[in-house]
Design a protein around this ligand. Structure first.
Ligand code: ZN
Length: 301
């Protein structure tokens, strides 16, 4: 089972607070997330970086986090790592990163809607949603409390793949229907017909508009990260149809082989590189399904 570890960079958050939040997130994962998404993780906190177990998925709290670093990245070993800026809503942001990380560790899972004619397309316009379960309800105003700590609401599988009849679209019930986006929220999809990315964005009043967005310049990092950077809420920074990509960490825990400074430097460099967005997109799309691969090829020829 994945092991998510909350840790504060340069004592940016008191350990007591982190430990309490880890308990709250563990509860959210086991009691709220797992029944809806059939995936889980152990969530703990560590007081010092060098005590973070090797192979774990760290969520690092930092003061004055540079904007592009916020959100989920991949470590050199391919496992996820997320950076959260400290502040009044850090528990909601950490919950967002934790849940999305568990549901989609690689940050680029796409889910094909089962409904032929939804709000976003029809049978003639096949799409695939980027699985970012907290983005449609990203704003703190949609959060809900667990033991007096605010956590992010998240959408269910039904939200992407509705079946007939009543359903729970988001855990806390803030989201009212499939494909619905709450004020400040967003929903991203890839259109297989035209090979372009789109986003439904809601303003503060909840009015949504569908916009074409640039292909995420993922540069080997999660598409979600690039998408989230385009999102309406700048302060923030992400499946079960795919096999778990990481082997279980067993045996004696080994302490931190992750070089945080090196990871930070590498992730900062990612945003300064001039990798071709088209190349990066082609790469991420190829990884999704054989079907989308075939269609993309057809389109580009
Ligand atoms: Zn997100």
């Amino acid at each position: 089972m994945p092991h998510v570890v909350l840790v504060a960079h340069q004592e940016s958050v008191p350990f007591k607070e982190l430990a309490k939040l880890a308990g709250v997130l563990q509860k959210q994962v086991l009691e709220h997330l797992q029944p809806f998404w059939q995936c889980s993780a152990t969530v703990t906190a560590e007081a010092e970086w060098n005590r973070v177990p090797n192979g774990s998925w760290p969520i690092v709290f930092m003061n004055n986090l540079p904007g592009p670093l916020a959100g989920q990245h991949l470590q050199h070993n391919g496992r996820p790592i997320a950076y959260v800026e400290t502040g009044p809503w850090q528990s909601v942001i950490a919950s967002h990163e934790c849940l999305e990380m568990i549901v989609d560790p690689n940050g680029q899972s796409l889910l094909r809607p089962t409904h032929a004619a939804g709000t976003l397309g029809g049978a003639d316009m096949p799409i695939e949603y980027l699985v970012e379960i907290c983005d449609p309800c990203v704003a703190p105003e949609h959060a809900y409390p667990i033991d007096d700590v605010w956590v992010s609401d998240f959408v269910t599988r039904q939200y992407y793949q509705p079946t007939q009849g009543a359903a729970r679209w988001s855990f806390a019930g803030r989201v009212g229907g499939p494909g619905q986006v709450l004020p400040h929220g967003y929903l991203t999809w890839y259109n297989l017909s035209d090979g372009r990315w789109y986003q439904s964005q809601a303003d503060a009043a909840g009015t949504t508009s569908v916009v074409h967005i640039p292909a995420p310049d993922v540069s080997g990092q999660p598409a979600r990260l690039a998408i989230d950077r385009l999102g309406a809420v700048k302060r923030h920074a992400c499946f079960a149809s795919k096999p778990r990509p990481f082997a279980q960490v067993g045996g004696t825990p080994q302490h931190c082989a992750i070089d945080l400074d090196a990871e930070l430097a590498r992730h900062s460099a990612t945003f300064q590189s001039k990798a071709s967005p088209a190349k990066a997109l082609a790469k991420s799309v190829k990884k999704t399904t054989e079907k989308s691969k075939a269609r993309t090829k057809e389109k580009s020829q």
